[in-house]
Design a protein around this ligand. Structure first.
Ligand SMILES: [Fe+2]
Length: 265
């Protein structure tokens, strides 16, 4: 399906915001291990949170209750399954299947990033504690908590088109300099460098060739020529990009504090 006037217009509107994200200070390509540790540890939250969005799409656009009956748009079901299979059980990144999140977390841990808080979040969810309410009782930086809460608000209160729109235009589409330009020299990462490169390249390959065009196509099918739906998509995408920008602003402050420490040492 060719992009509609609505999606072309939206893409133009958010071009500047997306450019700011891709070239954000927090995304600066780094060869410094302390900086990279902090970046990867914090970024793990984004990788994890992305799966909430994927899971929400599965609930909304495929039949997850029994007995099975056909639901929704077949192309959209296909998109969701294709995304789920690689995001939750990719075989391209190592031995056997693994979710991108687990692979990413392993890399972050091998580089001694701080991942304990996120692992505690996951542990509490498994125990059945009410998410995201318990986040306030953990040592989650405010900018990360706000980001997670905003995704949760979207998946619990948002419309179908808002969820798919945010996936298409503010998550899948935005790959920053760290991932697109930082893959050349990963010598600072030692033995883990190859895995980090494989992760980054896999992501770029999947989003540019698969997920993004398919997601966009599915969004076109879902919204059609309905101006009200496209309006909701545009609002949700702007909001999601702004929250993402705040995430990177918060992360950049942490990284700047690391730089300062090093300069004064
Ligand atoms: Fe992924």
């Amino acid at each position: 399906m060719a992009p509609s006037m609505h999606s072309i217009q939206l893409e133009e509107e958010i071009q500047a915001l997306r450019e700011r994200l891709a070239t954000h200070e927090a995304m600066r390509v780094t060869r410094d291990l302390d900086r990279a540790r902090c970046f990867l540890g914090r970024y793990s939250f984004l990788v994890w949170d992305f799966m909430t969005l994927v899971g929400s799409m599965r609930e909304r656009f495929t039949r997850t209750r029994l007995p099975w009956v056909p639901v929704g748009i077949p192309e959209l079901r296909r998109l969701v399954h294709q995304i789920s299979i690689v995001e939750e059980s990719d075989e391209a990144l190592g031995e056997g299947a693994s979710s991108h999140f687990e692979t990413f977390l392993e890399i972050a841990k091998e580089l001694n990033s701080e991942t304990e808080v996120l692992e505690e979040v996951i542990r509490r969810i498994r125990l059945g504690e009410p998410y995201p309410h318990f986040l306030g009782s953990l040592d989650v930086p405010d900018y990360i908590r706000r980001f997670l809460e905003s995704t949760w608000h979207l998946v619990t209160r948002g419309s179908h088109e808002e969820v798919l729109g945010v996936f298409t235009f503010s998550r899948e589409h935005v790959i920053g300099d760290f991932w697109s330009k930082g893959m050349e020299d990963l010598s600072w990462a030692g033995e883990v460098g190859d895995r980090l490169r494989a992760y980054g390249e896999r992501h770029i390959e999947l989003s540019a060739n698969d997920h993004e065009p398919f997601a966009r196509d599915a969004l076109e099918r879902l919204c059609g020529e309905d101006r009200a739906r496209w309006g909701r998509v545009a609002d949700a995408v702007h909001q999601a990009l702004r929250v993402r920008l705040s995430f990177f602003d918060g992360l950049a402050k942490e990284l700047a504090a690391i730089d300062e420490l090093q300069e004064s040492a």
